[in-house]
Design a protein around this ligand. Structure first.
Ligand code: NAP
Length: 316
């Protein structure tokens, strides 16, 4: 069975790492479970300009490394695990976690409290060719794959902050970047819109949707439809970066943990979920502003609330 943890944190993005820092520093026996590289969405951010304290900005991966080092210095333990579910005693009062277990494929951890900070996963476009060519020219991470397109032509799909900032980033490598957005108005903030428009390597295809991604062993082109006219054209590109938003990573959670229609976890002011003893922090929870700065605030708040819960809890 192993020992019982004061806190098990699921997901090692900025929210989880901050929860880990606060909990470990408060002397709570805490483990953070992460299925890949810690950092979460930070890993995909080439240059973060609006995180306080870094006047010149900071690469997301570097900030993630600092957060990880700081938390582990205070005693946070980390393990690589793909969490598959939560299980709690059948005789627990309704809506109470009551020292249940966090389950992975071959392991489990008993926890007095749990912080769910699994963030979100990139949304797929859902067009022919996308799945087949993922990893062969279709990408959801410019920071990871951008350098493969030196001197090439790439498309970026989406009109939000991610699409704009990653299109600008890709101009470091690509000869030309086509920004494809379904409406005539971009969603991203003004400063990014201006920077993208001023960049001579970026060409805008507005009111256009991707109908198909073409290619055999790699991406060769896109079938684009211009919405107002209904006209389609095939545009040759070597790669496609898709930034059409994200969905919460909550598929592994039991139904008892209340979510909204889109899957975001519903919490109270203490970031407590519908299951007492289970907290949610960062992009995975229902909230208005999903930023690194707000994820970090969530992590701190969830850890402090969990600490208060533990002070009054008799789970042995
Ligand atoms: P987002 O703001 O939700 O934007 C998604 C974009 O994709 C929208 O332009 C949307 O079009 C488009 N879209 C959605 N579904 C589509 C589909 N099926 N086909 C074609 N286009 C589709 O997502 P995001 O840009 O990833 O940003 C998410 C959050 O992170 C935001 O709060 C953002 O501010 C934040 N963020 C911040 C920074 C930063 O520098 N601080 C960087 C990246 C992200 P419509 O506009 O028509 O809906």
């Amino acid at each position: 069975m192993g020992s019982i943890w004061d806190m098990v944190i699921i997901g090692g993005g900025p929210a989880g790492l901050t929860a880990g820092l606060y909990a470990a520093r408060a002397g709570l026996k805490t483990v953070l479970l992460e299925q890949g590289i810690p950092g979460g969405t930070l890993i995909n951010i080439d240059h973060l300009e609006n995180y306080p304290g870094f006047a010149d900005g900071i690469p997301g991966s570097e900030l993630a490394m600092h957060m990880m080092e700081q938390a582990t210095r205070f005693g946070l333990q980390t393990e690589i695990a793909h969490v598959t579910g939560l299980e709690w005693p059948s005789d627990a009062p309704q809506g109470a976690w009551q020292g249940g277990r966090v389950l992975a494929e071959e392991q489990s951890w008993q926890a007095r409290t749990v912080v769910v900070s699994t963030g979100s996963r990139p949304r797929l476009l859902g067009v022919p060719g996308e799945e087949r060519l993922t990893g062969r020219g279709v990408s959801y991470c410019a920071t990871c794959d951008g350098a493969l397109f030196r001197g090439k032509v790439v498309a970026v799909v989406g009109g939000g902050d991610s699409a704009l900032s990653e299109a600008i980033f890709l101009t470091r490598f690509a000869e030309r970047v086509l920004l494809i957005h379904r409406r005539d108005q971009l969603r991203g903030i003004q400063v990014l819109q201006e920077r993208a428009r001023e960049n001579p390597k970026i060409a805008f295809h507005l009111e256009s949707v991707v109908e198909e991604i073409q290619g055999q062993d790699g991406v060769q082109g896109l079938v684009l439809k211009h919405r107002p006219t209904g006209k389609t054209e095939t545009v040759p590109v070597d790669g496609v970066f898709i930034y059409v938003g994200a969905d919460p990573a909550t598929g592994f959670l039991p139904e008892a943990l209340q979510r909204d229609v889109r899957g975001y976890i519903i919490v109270n002011d203490d970031l407590q979920t519908s299951l007492t003893g289970v907290f949610a922090a960062g992009d995975v929870r229902l909230k208005k502003l999903r930023q690194v700065a707000t994820a970090v605030g969530d992590g701190a708040q969830a850890a402090m609330a969990a600490g208060e819960f533990l002070a009054n809890c008799d789970i042995r």
